[in-house]
Design a protein around this ligand. Structure first.
Ligand SMILES: O=C([O-])C(=O)C[C@H](O)[C@@H](O)C(=O)[O-]
Ligand SMILES: [Mg+2]
Length: 429
């Protein structure tokens, strides 16, 4: 049977999705966060799905890219990466993204972050057209399920008074007992057996106490702590000395490759990052200086699933571990992460995922964790279906927003509760 794989339409739908009041070193999550849903439609009527960050700077690039993809074949993904789409320099003039939570900001990284959604959508469409799962298009799975880690956050019970937002049933977690209770729920609801605590919120002593409480409550479960670069080298070393034996790894204790290299040189605790190595250009310095022992790939900003495989190969060559980072994302991206993770042989750590925090999704059927794992789908494409009504509802929320929520700004969200809040100067401790 011949198929017409020509792209006849690319639909871009920005949405706002509910997010609980999760705390990090920059501030707190907004009640709604922007995502972009990409649909690539072929002449045969096959639709492929992709998802990426939805802040304005990503949306601006998505339109010209969508126009350039239209008329090409969905198999033309490599050429997509060669397209010279101009990036407004004003969009990348701050040197970091979301206050540094996503690492450096560059025109190339911005382009890749948008391209990743197009790549995933093309692979989904191709898989559907051929009757093959995405993992098969990536060379085939080496495991039938992918392990994820519970992503624990310090958290308020609700968004600040007067802020419109969805309610959640997780309650507050502001001390060791609250963190342990949250972890218990994660385990009960999803079966996770490893835990990551987002730190950098309270002084290190309090976060050390929380990790100790987790270790007491869940003996033998791998634990991680990630302050998003909020500590000095000396503080990082103190925390490493105190928690050493309890941690699977310490994630981005200090900001930037030189500081991470200094910490790494003076501790045996492995260091992981999704901040100082977020582009291929940053690999050489970090790896040759031994600054990181695990890179947490984010297929959005690394430029898709095939680039994630390339990153894994480079990590392998340098004896550096690889796993996956996650920001607020929906089921399309979780499916994409699971397909690529299934193809990486030496994925030695459970991947991160914010998905359990997302009460809303654009999928007709949510993905579910069993024993902390997502089963690798063998259905054609990503193996997920869009819920168009829900997509329309979340898009309506985006169109009705006055612009205040269309760009993630955790410091601004924090100022609603604490008017004097400013983005902390790093290192914070
Ligand atoms: O692992 C990480 O560093 C992250 O997931 C960064 C995120 O932005 C996280 O800190 C968050 O969403 O608050
Ligand atoms: Mg991190």
């Amino acid at each position: 049977m011949t198929r017409d794989l020509t792209v006849t339409e690319v639909r871009l739908t920005p949405i706002l999705v509910a997010d609980p009041p999760l705390l990090n070193t920059q501030g707190v999550h907004q009640p709604y966060t922007p995502r972009l849903i990409v649909e690539v439609v072929t002449a045969d009527g096959v639709t492929g799905l992709g998802e990426t960050y939805g802040d304005t700077k990503y949306l601006e690039l998505a339109r010209p890219l969508a126009d350039r993809l239209t008329g090409r074949q969905i198999t033309d993904v490599n050429a997509l990466f060669g397209l010279d789409i101009a990036v407004d320099p004003a969009r990348v003039d701050s040197s970091v993204d979301v206050g540094g939570l996503r690492g450096v900001l560059s025109a190339d990284k911005l382009r890749l972050s948008v391209l990743s959604a197009f790549e995933v959508a093309c692979l989904d469409a191709l898989g559907k057209a051929l009757g093959l799962p995405v993992h098969a298009l990536l060379g085939g799975k080496v495991r039938d399920s992918v392990e994820y880690s519970a992503y624990l956050f310090y958290k308020w019970a609700g968004h600040p008074k007067g802020v419109a937002g969805e309610k959640d049933d997780w309650g507050a977690a502001l001390d060791p007992a609250g963190v342990v209770e949250q972890a218990r729920r994660f385990k009960e609801r999803h079966g996770f057996t490893s835990f990551k605590l987002k730190g950098g919120v309270f002084p290190p002593e309090q976060e050390i106490a929380a990790v100790r409480a987790l270790a007491d409550a869940f003996p033998g479960h791998p634990l991680r702590l990630d302050p998003n670069g909020a500590w000095s080298v000396e503080t990082s070393l103190r925390v490493a000395a105190e928690l050493g034996g309890l941690l699977e790894y310490l994630e981005d204790p200090a900001l930037g490759t030189p500081a991470m290299a200094e910490v790494a040189a003076r501790t045996d605790v492995p260091l992981a990052t999704n901040m100082c190595v977020t582009t291929f250009a940053e690999i050489e310095e970090a790896f040759t200086r031994g600054a990181v022992q695990v890179v947490l790939s984010d297929h959005h900003y690394w430029g898709g699933l095939r680039n994630t495989q390339r990153l894994a190969a480079i990590c392998h060559a340098f004896g550096v571990g690889v796993s996956m980072h996650s920001n607020t994302h929906l089921g399309i991206s979780l499916a994409a992460m699971t397909h690529v993770a299934a193809t990486v042989a030496d994925l030695d750590h459970a991947c991160d995922s914010h998905y359990p925090w997302q009460s809303e999704d654009v999928l007709a059927e949510r993905l579910t964790f069993t024993g902390g794992r997502i089963a690798v789908s063998d259905a054609p494409g990503l193996g997920v279906e869009l819920d168009r009504d829900e997509l329309a509802r979340l898009h309506r929320r985006w169109t009705e927003d006055d612009g205040a929520l269309r760009d993630r700004d955790d410091a601004a969200a924090m100022r609603v509760a604490e008017p004097d809040w400013v983005t902390p100067t790093m290192p914070r401790w």
